[in-house]
Design a protein around this ligand. Sequence first.
Ligand SMILES: *Cc1c(COP(=O)(O)O)cnc(C)c1O
Length: 376
Amino acid sequence: MNSSTIEIPAELLPADGRFGCGPSKVREEQVDALVAARGTILGTSHRQQAVKDVVGRVRSGLATLFDLPAGWEILLGNGGSTMFWDAATFGLIDTRSQHLTFGEFSSKFAEAALSAPHLENPDVISAPPGDHPVARACDSIDTYALTHNETSTGVAMHLERPDGARADSLVIVDATSAAGGLSWTPSEVDVYYFAPQKSFAADGGLWLAACSPLAIERIERLASSDRWRPASLDLGIALTNSRLNQTYNTPALATLVMLENQIEWMLQNGGMPWVTQRVTTSAKTMYSWADARAFATPFVTDPSKRSSVVATIDISDDIDATTINAVLRTNGIVDTDSYRKLGRNQLRIGMFPAVDPSDIEALTACIDFVVERLHS
Ligand SMILES: *Cc1c(COP(=O)(O)O)cnc(C)c1O
């Protein structure tokens, strides 16, 4: 059958066809919030009270959502998570970091640390895609770099302070796709950083970081040292500005408005317990569907490492996943493509909190429909 003529019946289609892993589905109410902000926030100065109040509500909302202990602070700045890696090489890593690499994103931070001339070569522990390595405490390490959810492979890891790590060492976690979707315990972590275009359903370009008192201490110490750093990547400057509910340079106001709305939506519905239950429902639907199909297999073999926010599903060799994705796209279901550099015959599905679990159910029915037609 010619794939370009496959039309999925309307009654099978999800209410919303956006299943990408970032930028991911933005809820309609977030766009309504933008419209409501058109005369008061959008197009106004980020140095005035109205915008500072939005930033203030984002910071306090996140502290509530994550149930942060006293002394923790939310920092923010421009440039997204990728920029935060660079900022961390200047302002968080003291001399030597350890990186767990198990996919594209975790590897990039390790590369940033490796190329920083002022740092010792990092200790890099790797695992093949589909798995994750485990941190090993070592006296020369002052910063352990973990990734809560490796978006390129759909592997999630439980966050734990490495046994026997130096008391002054920091655990810093790339939670870009996990934050607001997967649960974590602040006592196991010092810096939990992310960007708003995944579980928080806003736009990219901003980084946010929940920082423990120990992390704040490290930031302040390195910021007063004579290590050279560019001002835009200076976490000391970011700390000062964040405390004033500002960013060092101009942020995208629309991102902040959409982010605030998403945090409020999560809190109103019951916070992290509600969010995790919602994504767990979606994930169960997705993985049990794949388990039940001869042509589909969850890529992550260990069920305890399968992400509840990003599902990676291998497709059997006799069916081209690219064709499935192309058919889905012509039917309004978008961004189910696998991570391009992983190079697998695979679907990758974003199951972030904004995605309705019933739409994940509908998506599986649509894939069944398409595969059946491709085979006939
Ligand atoms: C998306 C993603 C990034 C990159 O985020 P940017 O905001 O585009 O820099 C980094 N790490 C993880 C785990 C991601 O999912």
